[in-house]
Design a protein around this ligand. Structure first.
Ligand code: PEP
Ligand code: MG
Length: 583
């Protein structure tokens, strides 16, 4: 009988293979106190180690260039940018100088300071930057300590890799063709290891913590990346059961690949607009044009996060123009800066808040910093001369905020027209529905904006009154709650009534099992992380809108999230049985 450990599934699929354990033992780093005369030499030692880490990362990127896709390139580039960041170098050098300590300890201290800033952020994607920083620190420490990177390649056969944390720098040390699955002690759905695993198509579980140590190296295991568990020492019947599932997954993957460039229409001809969420230019670099209908959400804050000071209008203009040109005629929806409160910019000092998630963030902050907002809007409007552009406001609470932002837009347009500076003719203007109060104002919004976009990640947080990062209550945050789905149903209804184009750009638009319900409720535009687009397209192409409506009606009458999940599971199984039926 096998032993079963539950874990968080972050990359789907199944792996049946032996486990290769690669876990780092705690490395001892001595603290040395230096004489005054030794300080300059120590700073040079740090600089050399940093240069070495930069060139080894560049080497890794070159080696992996052919294998990597947009998102992975973005992760390694982000690491490289951090390594080369003059601010980081200056901080470490000051730490050595001020405290007369060795480089290893100075690097560790500065890295943990940076990590703390990123870890305190609400947005999961921004929190991942803490990993980038940790990985960068490890690379410099490896050069300082002259540690050679351990090769993670096992002799011979395919294997499941078990690591405390899968970091981008380890990518060059594994043979991706032979790693059939990854088990991580740490990490979350949005950690870089998870993103890498997803984009490499390797099934992955995270959060195994202490249980990872209970799996002896070389033991046969089944990693279930859909069910969120690992079976150690499985019996023959379990292996057989999972071999059948594996075969089904392979067939589905072939179908996903085959449909990726086709149109996202239901069997009865309803077109569902499928758009991509992006944070950087690199993210959709490798995305084939036929896969997506546009960029439904470009989170501009990332360009601000990666820097040490506000980007100028000219720098922003160049970025937005590059993004529009890369989108090749498809519409790009740029969201204005969504920072503040618990998503701080290191160079934007705001007072501490007791309740940052309910505090000074998004449009609440940028409207109080008119220069900041004006500069970004002007850069966006100028860039609109180079492609179809929409501007989207985050964290809007009331109509006055929309009015004020619109006023600023009018001033900019007038000013550009007077100066003969070109801009696009067909500029879209919309708001995020993330705060429940605004969802009730669709009739008025109709007169003020061209579209709305539902940010279900934040909307659910505010509707459930749950801080999803607080482990004591985070299980109450559940988008399958029928109350939440009823709320979405109301928004869809108002959107139809007031003919206001309504997109969903939160995570739920990539939940395969919920997509039929969203379509049944009347949503026709979904925006999601690019990696999910082909799979959701396959789901859409198997649906007819009538059955989706019936399913949605049934779901809205259920009492609990568990009942919703069970009903959706049955419905998915029914569809896949129907697909397999000959004729
Ligand atoms: C959301 O809240 O659903 C959303 C898309 O915005 P973000 O995840 O960037 O907060
Ligand atoms: Mg949000």
């Amino acid at each position: 009988m096998s032993r079963e450990y539950k874990a968080v599934p972050v990359a789907p699929g199944i792996a049946i293979a032996r486990v290769l354990q690669r876990r780092l033992a705690g490395e001892y780093i001595p603290l040395l106190h230096l004489e005054d005369a030794e300080v300059p030499g120590e700073i040079t030692r740090f600089q050399k180690a940093r240069e070495q880490a930069v060139s080894s990362l560049e080497g890794l990127m070159e080696t992996l260039a052919a294998k990597m896709q947009g998102e992975e390139v973005g992760i390694l580039k982000a690491n490289l940018a951090l390594l080369q960041d003059p601010g980081f170098g200056k901080d470490v050098e000051e730490e050595i100088q001020k405290n007369k300590i060795n480089s290893e300890v100075a690097v560790q201290r500065i890295v943990s300071k940076y990590e703390e800033v990123f870890n305190s952020m609400d947005n999961p994607t921004l929190r991942q930057r803490a990993e980038d920083v940790r990985d960068m620190g490890n690379q410099i420490l490896a050069s300082l300590l002259e540690r050679t990177q351990e090769s993670l390649i096992a002799p011979g056969e395919d294997y499941i890799l078990a690591v405390d944390e899968f970091l981008p720098s380890q990518l060059g040390h594994i043979d991706t063709a032979r790693v059939k699955g990854i088990l991580m002690g740490e990490g979350g759905k949005y950690s870089h290891g998870s993103i890498l695993a997803r984009s490499l198509g390797i099934p992955c579980l995270v959060g195994l913590k202490g249980n990872l140590g209970k799996i002896d190296p070389g033991t046969l295991a089944i990693l279930d990346g859909d069910g969120g568990k690992v079976l150690v020492d499985p019996g023959e019947d379990e292996i057989e059961e999972y071999r059948v599932k594996l075969e089904e997954i392979r067939e589905a993957q072939t179908r996903v690949f085959e449909v990726r460039l086709t149109s996202s229409v239901t069997t009865d001809g309803i077109k569902i607009k499928l758009e991509a969420n992006a944070e950087s230019l690199q993210e959709f670099e490798g995305l084939e044009s036929g896969v997506y209908d546009g960029i439904g959400l470009f989170r501009t804050e990332f360009a601000f996060m990666e820097r040490l000071q506000f980007p100028s209008e000219e720098e922003q203009f160049q970025l937005y123009k590059d993004v529009l040109e890369r989108a090749q005629g498809k519409r790009v929806t740029f969201r204005t800066l969504d920072v503040g409160g618990d998503k701080p910019l290191p160079y934007l000092r705001t007072p501490p808040e007791h309740n940052p998630v309910l505090g000074w963030r998004g449009i609440r902050l940028t409207l109080r910093w008119p220069d900041l907002f004006f500069t970004q809007m002007r850069a966006l409007v100028r860039a609109s001369a180079f492609g179809k552009t929409s501007i989207l406001l985050p964290m809007v609470t009331n109509l006055q905020e929309v009015e004020t932002a619109k006023g600023i837009l009018q001033v900019i347009l007038k000013d550009l027209n007077e100066q003969g500076i070109p801009h696009g003719e067909n500029l879209g203007f919309g708001v995020m529905i993330e705060i429940p109060s605004l969802a009730m104002m669709m009739d008025h919004l109709k007169k003020m904006v061209d579209f709305v976009s539902i940010g279900t990640n934040d909307l659910a947080q505010y509707l459930f009154a749950v801080d999803r990062d607080n482990p004591r209550v985070s299980d109450l945050y559940d988008p399958f709650h029928p109350g939440f789905l009823r709320f979405l149903a109301d928004i869809a209804k108002s959107g139809r009534k007031w003919q206001l184009p309504t997109t969903i750009c939160g995570e739920i638009s990539s939940e395969s099992s919920l997509v039929p319900v969203l379509i049944g409720l009347g949503f026709r535009r979904l925006s999601m992380s690019p990696v999910f687009l082909p799979r959701i397209k396959l789901v859409i192409r198997s649906l007819d809108s009538g059955s989706c409506q019936r399913l949605a009606r049934r779901i809205l009458n259920l009492k609990t999230a568990e009942e919703v999940r069970a009903t959706l599971k049955k419905s998915m199984e029914g569809r896949s049985r129907a697909r397999r039926k000959p004729g």
